[in-house]
Design a protein around this ligand. Structure first.
Ligand code: PMP
Length: 407
């Protein structure tokens, strides 16, 4: 009999995971930083028993933290009752979730459910194709996912390397520049896709009025405006959708990440003509609209409402942002972002080292760019947890501040 542990056997430390993963998993993100075993709220534990404050949130996914009772209950009840129906049938949770999302958008429309952000974007890409127009516009530095259509829209050449030819005739324009957008969009342009905040590019915030200008520009040419809210949607910025801060009404909205509170789900919301372009059977997915994922998402929306988390995100985001700024640390150039999607911009490209030093100090943060630490904690993060983060941060930054000895 083999002594090899069953796949469900308890973990035997970070080192044991590190030795095992390389033989079994594709090396797509480099060496994993930690093997995590469990969590509670905004805390996580690793395989060596170390505890961490979770300021990564599964990259803006764990909107209610880990193990939120509302999500646990919704998932348990739904998987016991009806776990899957395929796309041949329908069940209550996807219908209820679609109705809720359209209600939050405040407009009639239709929803396509999938399983990830890239798939949500891919659906928008295909809907764009159905306009019959060949051209699309996206932004430099933008990130929309790794499937082929989403990758074509992604404005980070390094991520596209080796995967060409990519579909579509895509122009990438500088992010936040309304004039460049106006110059690129014509009546041949099917869609323009924009993130309200560029998350993967380092939490880059466009100038005020940019999304409004994009709406005017696209309306003038009959071009669809897609807001990619995979990272910014569902409360992350203190609004249901970040585009609502400017009152912008896009033709399509893509969602994923925080929507499922940890379960895989993607959603493409379509309004007006965009909602009518897909013919029956024109696009689909076996798992899209899965009742368990949809039940989890409904629990997330219910909890955001019942716990008044949109207002809480605004307050918590301000406390965190002001708190970091008030530390006055010489390595902090500025803090940018919206709500609880924040980027600490460093004066030197020391973010990877800061991420490691933070981890060693029990804080999980993400070096999203060489000089930017991204913070995307659970929306339920408490003041005491924010304050604990603020107390520990200066020591972390001191460790990696190469110039500190000279001051
Ligand atoms: N769009 C945006 C704005 C994203 O931030 C991401 C993920 N970082 C994606 C799309 C792709 O989502 P997924 O990884 O779930 O495919």
């Amino acid at each position: 009999m083999s002594n090899a542990p069953a796949h469900s056997a308890p973990a035997a430390g970070n080192a044991s995971f590190a030795a095992r993963w390389r033989g079994a998993l594709m090396d797509n993100y480099g060496t994993p930083r930690l093997a995590l075993t469990h969590g509670e709220g905004s805390r996580l534990w690793d395989a060596d028993g170390n505890a961490y404050l979770d300021f990564v949130g599964g990259i803006a996914v764990s909107s209610l933290g880990t193990g939120h009772p509302a999500v646990v209950r919704a998932v348990s009840e739904q998987i016991a009752r009806l776990g899957h129906v395929s796309n041949l049938y329908i069940a209550e949770p996807p219908v209820a979730l679609a109705e809720r999302l359209l209600g939050l958008a405040g407009r009639p429309g239709r929803v396509f459910f999938s399983n990830s952000g890239a798939e949500a974007v891919e659906a928008a890409f295909k809907i764009g194709r159905l306009t019959g127009r060949p051209h699309m516009v996206a932004t430099e530095g933008g990130f929309h996912g790794r499937t082929m259509g989403a990758l074509a829209l992604t404005g980070q050449p390094k991520k596209q390397e080796g995967f060409g030819p990519l579909p579509g005739e895509v122009t990438h324009v500088p992010y936040g520049d309304a004039d460049a957008l106006r110059a690129a969009v014509t009546e041949r342009t099917a869609l323009v896709i924009i993130e309200p905040v560029q998350g993967e590019n380092g939490v880059v915030v466009p100038p005020e009025g940019y999304l409004t200008a994009a709406r005017e520009i696209t309306r003038a040419t009959g071009t669809l405006l897609v807001l990619d809210e995979v990272q910014t949607g569902i409360g992350r910025t203190g609004h249901w959708f970040a585009g609502q801060a400017e009152g912008v009404e896009p033709d399509l909205v893509t969602l994923a990440k925080g929507l499922g509170g940890g379960l895989p789900i993607g959603a493409t919301l379509a309004f007006g003509v965009a909602a009518e372009l897909l013919a029956p059977g024109g696009h689909g997915s076996t798992f899209g609209g899965n009742p368990v994922a949809c039940a989890a998402a409904l629990a997330v929306l219910d909890t955001i409402e019942s716990e008044h988390l949109l207002q809480r995100v605004k307050e918590a985001g301000e406390r965190l942002r002001d708190g970091i700024w008030r530390l006055g640390h010489p390595l902090v150039d500025r803090v940018r972002g919206a709500g609880l999607l924040l980027g600490i911009v460093l004066t030197e490209p020391r973010a990877p080292q800061a991420q490691q030093a933070a981890q060693d100090a029990g804080l999980l943060v993400n070096a999203v760019a060489p000089d930017v630490l991204r913070l995307a904690p659970p929306l339920i993060i408490g003041d005491a947890e924010i304050d604990a983060f603020l107390t520990a941060l200066p020591g972390v930054l001191d460790i990696v501040d190469t110039a500190s000895g000279e001051r």
